[in-house]
Write a protein that binds this ligand. Structure first.
Ligand SMILES: C[S@@+](CC[C@H](N)C(=O)[O-])C[C@H]1O[C@@H](n2cnc3c(N)ncnc32)[C@H](O)[C@@H]1O
Length: 259
């Protein structure tokens, strides 16, 4: 192991600074170097000492600022120089965050590495919009998928589709905005009910959070009309019904700022 230096992969939560955990704040406060993504609350870096180096390796959609290999090499290089490196990542580092690759790169290089779990958008963003991913008497399971893979956007696999068609589990989709038309077609073709509730939550936990609730058959059309943009979490299933927790469940179809 490298004397002194180490890397901590830190989950920064979905966007609001007060959704960083206490452990995450402490790790950031002790860092010599912070290497951060785009979707992190950068205000948590405001009070760092002048000696702290802050590196933005954030990736805007379709634009890769620093390739993953470059990020891995950067973490290893700083740690080998004896620095305390915080790798600040959106949500949880191990949920579609390539945290596993960064962890493995450190291990392979003999660099000490640990993890501070984060509040994942997969659960927190629906919750902030009042959508429980499980709800007694409605759904007892949930399934989290990405619509974006190494091969590009994908349609849903049979397990994900079965969650919806069999009303077996809530389906939570990350990175799904541009794939939404294909997702809707796939689910309807597989036999999903056209009025299956869908909630699309954009920019969760930020002042610009917007929640759109719509039936499955109209979801892609409505998202297009409203100009729905990433980052967004898409929830499909009965828990997404408008009014579920108020006891007035119906099929809503409204772009509703702040939910
Ligand atoms: C590369 S994945 C990273 C997920 C992250 N590791 C996590 O646990 O939340 C990025 C995707 O997470 C979702 N996401 C992250 N932050 C979000 C937010 N504040 N509001 C809505 N969706 C968000 C979106 O689906 C976005 O495209």
């Amino acid at each position: 192991m490298t004397a002194g230096g180490h890397v901590t992969l830190v989950g920064a939560g979905p966007g609001a600074a007060d959704l960083l955990t206490y452990r995450a704040w402490r790790a950031v406060a002790r860092a010599d170097v912070v290497v951060h993504d785009r979707l992190v609350p950068v205000e948590v870096l405001d009070d760092l000492g002048e000696h702290v180096e802050v590196v933005d390796v954030g990736k805007a959609p379709g634009r890769h600022k620093v390739p993953q290999d470059g990020i891995n090499a950067l973490l290893v290089r700083h740690a080998r120089a004896g620095r305390r490196v915080v790798r600040l990542k959106g949500g949880d580092p191990f949920v579609f965050g390539r945290g596993g690759e960064e962890y493995a790169a450190c291990v392979a290089a003999g660099v000490a590495v640990d993890v501070v779990p984060g509040v994942s958008s997969a659960l927190a963003v629906p919750a902030l919009a009042g959508v429980p991913v499980t709800h007694r008497g409605t759904t007892t399971a949930f399934h989290v998928v990405t619509a974006h893979t190494r091969a590009g956007e994908q349609e849903l696999d049979d397990v994900a589709a079965g969650c919806v068609t069999q009303r077996a589990a809530t389906l939570v989709i990350l990175m799904g905005v541009s794939a939404l038309p294909a997702i809707v077609t796939r689910l309807l073709d597989a036999g999903a009910s056209p009025d299956t509730p869908v909630a699309i939550v954009e920019r969760g936990s930020t002042p610009d959070q917007r929640v759109t609730r719509v039936g499955l058959d109209l979801a892609a059309k409505r998202a297009d009309e409203l100009g729905v943009r990433a980052p967004a979490v898409i929830v499909i299933g009965d828990v997404a019904a408008h009014g579920l927790l108020e006891g007035t469940s119906d099929r809503g179809d409204v772009g509703d700022p702040r939910g």
